[in-house]
Design a protein around this ligand. Structure first.
Ligand code: 3PG
Ligand code: CO
Length: 547
């Protein structure tokens, strides 16, 4: 269990229940028709905003404030919840991989040496998300990996691509595949047998998370390992273009395909003696495939054939499970996170307020003191079909937990703004925002009843801006003169609001914190529990004035 002893806060009492509510994908932006939070009826959040500047403020949720390489990087749930839970800013996967590639150290590490053993006889397979989104992976990192691997002896390389359209604009997958094809043809010119072997849309193939739907991983396994898929093409650009046109699927949901040779044979199934690297740095959507690739005992689906391979992750995805056991870059060591209580959430975001909050660690710190409740998500649908998702159920569980009096802290993630925002369906996202607002209301009402305190914040922006904009903030039109729907997250700041009957009357937000960000929230919450935060935490956002 957690055993550090925090000093008492000199002014704030202990024993007040604290609800920490994270609105996923809920940023602050100017009001217009593409700001779904503005368009939606959100009376609860509107009221909280009236508390500015003493009880409501904006904090940074993207870029360097959350450990990403630059301020051009949008926020995301992993780095956002890491910062919220850890109270400090750690260089995140994206940055650690950049550093390891830039110095070349990645090719000297244990993980690379391990897979390199296969280069003489076997094929190197690279599986991952193909885009420059920078949330799970980055194309330029894949390019450096391809070059480095071939310079270090890889003779045969197969890339298994997952198309994006979620962290980047829908339709951009064609361009990314063209770029990759061009890189691979340059490797071929150098005598390396390199090509794309399979593909599919990230939300339909491989990149499920928190065991929401193993079929997603199975579809990937069939294409990548077995070389079997409902669609066969000789060329990946043609595959993506044709499948987009014929199945009307967007990049996120493209069906699985394999690349075949002239005799209709898959060009790159994974077989005994091969090496496999999953090149995403972010963990949540790689854990399931890592289990399928690594575990001897596995019963989530019938793998049919289990090749004897050497497998490494770009990072180790789960520090608790030590999964995978081999990896190219060491993950951030996020120790002494702020958790020892409870939270509420839905499957698609289940691990965000647990796994990410706790520094990419699965499982409880102390099972006698914590209770994690997962509300199963709807599966097999895109969330614009049911934009309210399970917001009501989450709020009811949170309410019951608060009213039970059993917990010091109730932590909740409300996924609507993000999950529906990613579909690019503006009308549905408006419904989603309203549902999230109603859920906040139910939780705040429960806090009111028990005399507690609330902290309402968000992990990154999404629903507040659904259109791609030019530098001056106007919608940027495409060649046909049409707006381009933004399915991704944003660079916008997010709100933090505090209140509740248990909040000491002298508490207010300070205005002297330099560039406040999500990492400042952990110390704030500790104060509200009556403790001083550890000295190395980012400073608290609040002060207590005498009145
Ligand atoms: C996803 O994995 O769904 C997106 O790439 C990022 O969304 P999240 O950071 O909100 O989970
Ligand atoms: Co998101």
């Amino acid at each position: 269990g957690v055993s550090w002893t925090l000093p008492d806060h000199p002014k704030l009492p202990k024993g007040k229940p604290v609800a920490v509510v994270v609105l996923d994908g809920w940023g602050e932006a100017d009001a217009d028709q593409y700001n779904c939070i503005h368009v939606a009826e959100t009376p609860t959040m509107d009221l909280l905003k009236k508390g500015a500047p003493e009880k409501w403020k904006l904090v940074k949720a993207h870029g360097t404030a959350v450990g990403l390489p630059s301020d051009d990087d949008m926020g995301n749930s992993e780095v956002g919840h890491n910062a919220l839970g850890a109270g400090r800013i750690f260089a995140q996967g994206a940055k650690l991989v950049d550093t390891a590639l830039a110095s070349g150290k990645i090719f000297e590490g244990e993980g690379f040496k391990y897979i390199k053993e296969c280069f003489d006889q076997g094929t190197l397979h690279l599986i991952g998300l193909l885009s420059d989104g920078g949330v799970h992976s980055r194309l330029d990192q894949l390019q450096l990996l391809l070059n480095g691997a071939s310079a270090n002896g890889a003779k045969k390389i197969r890339v298994h691509i997952l198309t994006d359209g979620r962290d980047v604009l829908d339709g951009t997958s064609v361009g990314f595949v063209e770029t990759l094809e061009n890189d691979l043809s340059q490797l071929r010119a150098k005598g390396i047998d390199a090509c794309i072997a399979s593909g599919g849309g990230r939300m339909y193939v491989t990149m499920d998370r928190y065991e929401n739907d193993w079929d997603v991983v199975k579809r990937g396994w069939d294409a990548q390992v077995l070389g079997e898929a409902p669609h066969k093409f000789q060329n990946a650009v043609e595959a993506v273009k044709t499948l987009r046109a014929e199945t009307k699927a967007n990049d996120q949901y493209l069906p699985p395909f394999v690349i075949v040779d002239d005799s209709d044979k898959a060009v790159g199934p994974i077989v005994d003696g091969d090496a496999v690297v999953t090149f995403n740095f972010r963990a949540d959507r790689m854990v399931m495939i890592a289990k399928a690739l690594e575990y001897e005992d596995f019963d989530k689906f019938d793998r049919v054939r289990v090749p004897k391979i050497r497998y490494a992750g770009m990072l180790q995805y789960d520090g608790e499970l030590k999964l995978p056991s081999h990896y190219l870059v060491s993950p951030p060591e996020i120790e002494r996170t702020s958790v020892y209580e409870l939270f509420r959430h839905e499957t698609v975001k289940f691990g965000h307020v647990t796994f990410f909050w706790n520094g990419n660690r699965s499982g409880y710190f102390d099972e006698t003191k914590e209770e994690y409740v997962e509300i199963p998500s709807d599966s097999g649908i895109t969330f614009n079909v049911k934009p309210k998702m399970k917001a009501l159920e989450i709020a009811e569980k949170a309410r019951d937990a608060i009213l039970s009096g059993k917990f010091d802290q109730v932590r909740v993630n409300l996924p609507n703004g993000d999950m529906v925002g990613h579909t690019g369906d503006i009308e549905a996202t408006v419904v989603a925002c309203k549902a999230a607002d109603e859920a906040v209301k139910m939780i705040l009402d429960a806090i009111e009843q028990v005399g507690g305190i609330y902290v309402v914040t968000a992990d990154h922006g999404n629903a507040e801006d659904m259109v791609k904009r030019n530098k001056s903030g106007q919608p940027q039109l495409d060649k046909k003169g049409e707006i381009q729907i933004l399915t991704s997250h944003t660079l916008q700041p997010v709100p933090v609001a505090i209140g509740g009957p248990g909040l000491h009357s002298g508490v207010r937000f300070r205005n002297d914190v330099q560039t406040p960000g999500l990492a400042n929230v952990a110390a704030t919450v500790m104060n509200l529990h009556g403790f001083e935060a550890p000295a190395d935490y980012e400073p608290t956002l609040i002060e207590v004035v005498d009145n």
